[in-house]
Design a protein around this ligand. Structure first.
Ligand code: NAG
Ligand code: NAG
Ligand code: NAG
Length: 189
């Protein structure tokens, strides 16, 4: 299904449900970084940890040289609970520099970029400087940013950074949507 269609649906629903408590939690279990190109990355790591059933993420990137263009390939697959069937929520490629500059034009990215800004030490924007540690500390996911109907299940996310037409890093993450009691009388099954 088309990415922009999903983004649009997502937002429509988000707008209506804004004030409702979410009875699910988004948990990221694992993040792997592979295909790391040492010509471009001096350092790139990412760690997830859990406090009170909430996922927090800390990551740092340092580039060996100035990076003034970065292309991002992002895909998200979802497996509904008790189903082997894969749902492709999106599979897109976009200009990373453009999105960081113009996130406000797309609500989904805006939410992400705003969260990034809140938890980072330096401004994430192109050109990325060489030998500067771009750090994100203790970033968590806010369920209020998700639509309220999110089904329970598992997801797998892929992000690839392509610089000068070459794959420089691949980040795969797996996680799940679990029920979470917002009050003792209401449990999602
Ligand atoms: C975290 O999840 C576990 C298992 O679902 C539950 O027993 C525990 O009470 C939860 N902790 C908090 C702080 O919500
Ligand atoms: C991350 O944030 C949570 C909630 O704000 C806090 O409890 C935790 O101590 C923080 N962890 C670090 C390493 O800063
Ligand atoms: C991460 O790597 C481990 C070891 O290679 C593998 O078992 C696991 O499935 C990977 N997870 C993700 C989310 O890619």
């Amino acid at each position: 299904m088309n990415f922009w269609f999903w983004t649009w649906c997502f937002f429509l629903i988000l707008k209506c449900m804004k004030s409702e408590d979410r009875n699910f939690r988004v948990i990221v279990d694992q993040v792997n970084i592979t295909n790391l190109d040492r010509d471009v990355y001096e350092k790139f790591d990412c760690e997830v940890y859990h406090v009170n059933n909430r996922t927090y993420m800390t990551s740092s990137h340092t580039f060996t040289r100035t990076v003034d263009e970065i292309s991002v390939h992002a895909a998200l697959d979802f497996y509904k609970l008790n189903s082997k069937q894969k749902m492709k929520l999106y599979d897109v490629e976009f200009d990373g520099c453009y999105i960081l500059e113009h996130a406000n034009k797309n609500r989904l990215f805006n939410m992400y970029v705003k969260n990034l800004k809140k938890h980072s030490n330096v401004k994430f924007q192109c050109p990325f400087k060489a030998h500067v540690n771009y750090e994100v500390k203790n970033m968590s996911m806010d369920e209020q940013d998700f639509p309220s109907f999110v089904p329970l299940g598992n997801f797998r996310s892929l992000i690839e950074y392509i610089i000068n037409r070459k794959l420089r890093a691949r980040i795969t993450a797996s996680g799940k949507i679990i029920p979470y009691a917002t009050d003792p009388f209401k449990i999602l099954t």
